[in-house]
Write a protein that binds this ligand. Structure first.
Ligand SMILES: [Zn+2]
Ligand SMILES: [Zn+2]
Length: 111
């Protein structure tokens, strides 16, 4: 059976994170929080320009496994959070301290 590389990496990361992950879950999560985190999507671009998105729950899991750093599921490079333009769906780099720019750099629509 062929397993995509991303899945294998994910399983390895999850195995490595095991201990810390359970501590984190027991300390701060409730069932309703889990539900919310599974529905929230966060977007990222890694240092090698891979664009990807994950649920907030996966983001927490991956960053917890990497000392709080977000890593690309494809190449393991550090990744920065992005916003998705509601008009053209392209990813937008935040300005300043995680703020949305006034207009999309791709389609020039006001945000
Ligand atoms: Zn990457
Ligand atoms: Zn746009």
């Amino acid at each position: 059976m062929a397993i995509p590389n991303g899945v294998k990496v994910g399983v390895a990361v999850a195995a490595l994170a095991g201990a810390g992950f359970f501590v984190w879950r027991n300390a701060s999560e409730t069932d309703s929080n889990d539900f919310m985190l599974n529905r929230m999507t966060q977007f990222f671009t890694c240092a090698n320009n891979h664009e990807f998105h994950l649920t907030a729950k996966e983001v927490r899991r991956i960053s917890a496994a990497n000392d709080g750093q977000m890593r690309c599921p494809q190449c393991s490079a550090l990744a920065d959070e992005r916003f998705q333009c509601p008009n053209c769906q392209k990813l937008i780099e935040p300005v300043g301290h995680g703020n949305i720019p006034t207009a999309c750099p791709h389609c020039k629509q006001k945000l």
